[in-house]
Design a protein around this ligand. Structure first.
Ligand SMILES: [Zn+2]
Length: 192
């Protein structure tokens, strides 16, 4: 399990000052992101605005590839510029990076009030939303605090196998393969 919280120790954190309980619409999420940029002193270029507008429409993490193909981005800059911008946004904690086992990074807006917990398939990289009850989040926060981690975590990633990959895995591990594996493992050594 990966647990993330705001880590801007000693730096300016805008997460709480710009937080709102009812930040649910696409427009509100986009307005929050642009206000965040202004407050952090980041220049809002047309491409940066297009990236934020696209991310504001997504509730689930999106790939760099999908972002690079979005309207206002495709044809205006290359994917390395998009990546550098995302890294800048991540450093400011405006955007969150969700890593997958395939080393492909996925990005999601770090909007306060949004569901920030995800299940990530450790085989195919599929990402699903994980709605955690407030009591569970609070419990994780208390556990993190007991281990000396603060502030309370705001985002969790749990790595497991998705339903499709569980089926694939069960097809791959057949009893015959297991027995032949055991034979190799249990072959007696020549002691002379
Ligand atoms: Zn999977």
């Amino acid at each position: 399990m990966t647990i993330q919280g705001c880590s801007r120790r000693g730096k300016k954190c805008f997460c709480k000052s710009l937080a709102s309980d009812a930040m649910k619409t696409i427009k509100e999420r986009e307005l929050w992101a642009t206000a965040f940029c202004r407050k952090a002193g980041m220049r809002l270029t047309p491409v940066r605005q297009a990236i934020l507008a696209f991310l504001a429409q997504q509730r689930m993490p999106v790939s760099l590839e999908a972002l690079s193909q979005a309207a206002g981005i495709r044809g205006h800059c290359d994917s390395s510029t998009v990546y550098r911008t995302l890294m800048l946004f991540q450093e400011a904690e405006l955007v969150r990076l969700v890593p997958t086992p395939q080393k492909a990074s996925y990005f999601v807006l770090n909007t306060p009030g949004d569901t920030a917990h995800f299940l990530v398939c450790r085989q195919c990289g599929r990402i699903a939303e994980l709605p955690l009850p407030n009591t569970t989040s609070a419990q994780i926060g208390r556990l993190a605090s007991r281990h000396g981690f603060s502030p309370a975590p705001q985002a969790c990633e749990i790595h497991a196998l998705c339903a499709d990959c569980q089926i694939d895995r069960s097809r791959q591990i057949t009893p015959s393969k297991l027995s032949s594996g055991n034979k190799t493992k249990l072959r007696p050594r020549n002691i002379s």
